[in-house]
Design a protein around this ligand. Sequence first.
Ligand code: THU
Length: 157
Amino acid sequence: MKAKEIRIAYCSVDIGELDKDLQRLVEEAKRQTDSAYCPYSNFSVGAAVLLDNGVIVGGNNQENIAYPSGLCAERTAMFYANSQHPDHKPMAIAIAAKNGGQFLDKPICPCGGCRQALLEAELRYKSPIRVILYGTQDTLVIESIADMLPFAFVSFD
Ligand code: THU
């Protein structure tokens, strides 16, 4: 038997340390929480995707009375970006969440299903997508979706 290990690097940042485009991206993710449709959970999630032409596309969670039929903010934003701007590579995604109307102090991470869906965009555009997870006390930056999903399903070979 041979023990193996996977490590991932990530940073804790102050928003002011991010470049201007990424600061704008975080602001948009925060703003997107205001239009989440989440009557069942009251948990509003906003996401914003920065494209390689500087355009920012936002999305938020959209719930459904038949629970599994809803969609997370990250997939709403990325699917919208990919559907409306297929020729523009996503460079970064920011995520923010509010519980009972208050931004969380510690950030949330995308669920497993969203990580797999976001990874598809990295594979499709052959480029890492930076992830910014906003919290009022701590904001984290991860350099790629692949880092967040070790042992991802990526190939049939
Ligand atoms: N949710 C997201 O939109 N993104 C996440 O990363 C985690 C969870 C949504 C799904 C559901 O509408 C609500 O948050 C509570 O789980």
